[in-house]
Write a protein that binds this ligand. Structure first.
Ligand SMILES: [Zn+2]
Length: 287
């Protein structure tokens, strides 16, 4: 049994029916959905792109200042720029799409309510979605929505008081991974994509924080980075997720087995994998 903590709903890329099919084939009982962050974005299948992704990871790991520069250049004026292609970023997250998906498959989907603190009505809207029992926490994206982590003060305070988790995709703002744990010590936090762009620096910090976790989602990562994260942090700090349908190369073709293999291939006992695949996340949303 597997629960995926990080997946987007975007039926221009992958229909819900196809998602369920892929989940069934791979033993995924439930998926926590997030509104789409940007317009339809299929992966370009090329060795050049593969090489660039590898270079990007290398720079972040071994020469962070250069890596952060490249990372920052991916988002410009409300657009995501990847390998010569440009995709519009949605300023206002469409949480209704997540609510609809849950209505269609209530046994299979949970929801993150996505917030953009730059929109005055956003916090109120998120609180309304959180009244629905299938909505389990708040997703925030300081990287794509281009704001300082401090803009999350009101929403972090709200999540801490409700005892629900936040899932955050960090920007390169220096030390931003420390801000929320220091100011909201009881807040449950998950840093998406293993704490990109900070990775090792972030792991050193996360290891000492009882309420902070990372997920293993997305092609930003690689099997080797996931292995390093698990070796360093241990299996109790890591949550499985895919970040699909991003990474799909064509409509209704998403390979669930790829991210699952990243965990399956780890040299750790199955009962530890079970924490990564399911137990760590369930504890966060059930306690
Ligand atoms: Zn995502």
């Amino acid at each position: 049994m597997i629960v995926d903590c990080h997946f987007h709903v975007d039926e221009t890329m992958l229909t819900l029916e196809k998602m369920i099919e892929g989940m069934d084939k791979n033993g995924v009982t439930k998926t926590a959905l997030i509104a789409p962050m940007n317009e339809t974005m299929f992966e370009v299948d090329s060795t050049f792109q593969h090489y660039l992704q590898g270079l990007f990871r290398f720079l972040i790991l071994y020469t962070p200042p250069f890596g952060y520069k490249i990372y920052d250049s991916l988002v410009q004026d409300g657009y995501l720029k990847l390998y010569g292609n440009t995709y519009k970023i949605f300023t206002k997250p469409n949480n209704e799409m997540v609510a609809d998906a849950i209505d269609r498959f209530p046994d299979r989907f949970l929801g993150w309510a996505a917030v953009n603190p730059k929109l005055p009505e956003s916090l109120e809207e998120v609180e309304l979605y959180l009244m629905k029992p299938a909505f389990i926490g708040v997703k925030a994206h300081p990287f794509m929505h281009e704001y300082s982590i401090t803009a999350l003060d009101p929403v972090a305070a709200m999540c801490e008081s409700k005892g629900i988790p936040m899932l955050i995709h960090l920007s390169s703002e220096p030390d931003s991974y420390k801000y929320l744990p220091e100011n909201y010590p009881k807040l449950k936090l998950i840093y998406a994509h293993a704490g990109i762009p900070f990775w090792k620096k972030c792991w050193r910090y996360v290891k000492e924080q009882p309420n902070v976790f990372i997920d293993t989602s997305s092609d930003y990562l690689s099997p080797s980075i996931v292995k390093q994260a698990v070796d360093y942090l241990g299996y109790r700090k890591i949550l499985y997720g895919c970040d699909g349908p991003y990474g799909a190369k064509e409509f209704n073709h998403y390979d669930y087995s790829a991210k699952k293999n990243w965990i399956d291939s780890l040299q750790i006992p199955d009962e530890q994998k079970d924490y990564i695949f399911r137990k760590n996340f369930l504890r966060l949303i059930q306690d």
